[in-house]
Design a protein around this ligand. Structure first.
Ligand SMILES: NC(=O)c1ccc[n+]([C@@H]2O[C@H](COP(=O)([O-])OP(=O)(O)OC[C@H]3O[C@@H](n4cnc5c(N)ncnc54)[C@H](OP(=O)(O)O)[C@@H]3O)[C@@H](O)[C@H]2O)c1
Length: 252
């Protein structure tokens, strides 16, 4: 089965909650050995426990993607421990939801340090090692519909995800001949800690009613897109971006 990841080794950033936690579980269910990474060690242990309880293989590496040294150390540890990584999922991200006039330089820098600089240098560290080992690999980036759809309050967040969209294509160009595929998933609304307050609010309930299937996604709804890009089933895909949004972007 071409979606099978048996024997593959994957590192997922932001695997301590929400989408990243599910992506780590999903890759493990498909047979990969997974490295769950993020800043909160206790929450990473929960991810590892869930994977192991389901019969999968996983370890955790504490890594702050806003700190390039921490990224390099984290990827190094994972690479050495497992004898080389095949898959990198750049999922760690933060939301800045503020009107332009209220946005501070600190908000701007925080969003770009995590959402853009983090995925940039994690990808660089992954690709350096994969190219040196002549191994190839697959990088899956987590963008957002905000990358292409202007949304009030999400100026900095959207711009950071537009950068992720663009970098996906440039990485794919630069590393295609080395056998590294790079693709991007743009999720629609997925109920996680990042948007829990909004989804539960009256505005969130109104928004849900507007959607084609009147439902907000769950992290599991991204399994198909992830496995397509991460596995050999996506062998002909690189530099691609997929809106995985249940048609949400068609309704607003
Ligand atoms: N939920 C949605 O509707 C939605 C839609 C489109 C795109 N996305 C994107 O999906 C990704 C995951 O978001 P989510 O919804 O799952 O939110 P979440 O539950 O808040 O998860 C965010 C994850 O990112 C990690 N993280 C944040 N800053 C980090 C840093 N400096 N270094 C390492 N890890 C860091 C967090 O872990 P620690 O705090 O432990 O470090 C956490 O595991 C984000 O990139 C987000 O932009 C989400």
């Amino acid at each position: 089965m071409r979606f099978d990841l048996t024997g593959k080794k994957a590192l997922v950033t932001g695997a301590s909650s929400g989408i990243g936690q599910r992506m780590a579980e999903c890759l493990a269910e498909a047979g990969a050995t997974v490295v769950a990474s993020a800043r909160r060690a206790d929450r990473l242990e929960q991810t590892v426990d869930r994977i192991q309880a389901a019969g999968g293989q996983a370890m955790s590496v504490v890594m702050d993607v806003s700190d390039v040294e921490s990224i390099r150390q984290g990827i190094d540890t994972a690479d050495k421990e497992l004898g080389g990584l095949d898959i990198l999922v750049n999922n760690a991200g933060i939301l800045v939801d503020k009107p332009v006039l209220k946005t501070t330089p600190e908000d701007f820098d925080r969003a770009f340090a995590t959402n853009v600089r983090g995925m940039f240098f994690a990808s660089q560290a992954f690709a350096e090692r994969a190219i040196a080992a002549k191994r190839g690999g697959s990088i899956v980036n987590v963008g957002s519909l905000g990358a292409w759809k202007p949304t009030r309050g999400l100026s900095v967040y959207g711009a950071s995800k537009a950068a992720v969209h663009q970098l996906t294509k440039v990485f794919a160009q630069e590393w295609g001949r080395k056998g590294i595929r790079v693709n991007c998933i743009h999720p629609g609304y997925i109920h996680t800690e990042i948007n829990d307050e909004l989804i539960r609010s009256p505005t969130g309930k109104q928004l849900t009613q507007m959607l084609l299937r009147k439902r907000i996604g769950t992290p599991k709804d991204l399994d198909g897109a992830l496995l397509l890009f991460a596995s050999d089933a996506g062998d002909y895909l690189t530099g691609a971006s997929l809106d995985a949004d249940d048609g949400q972007s068609l309704t607003f």
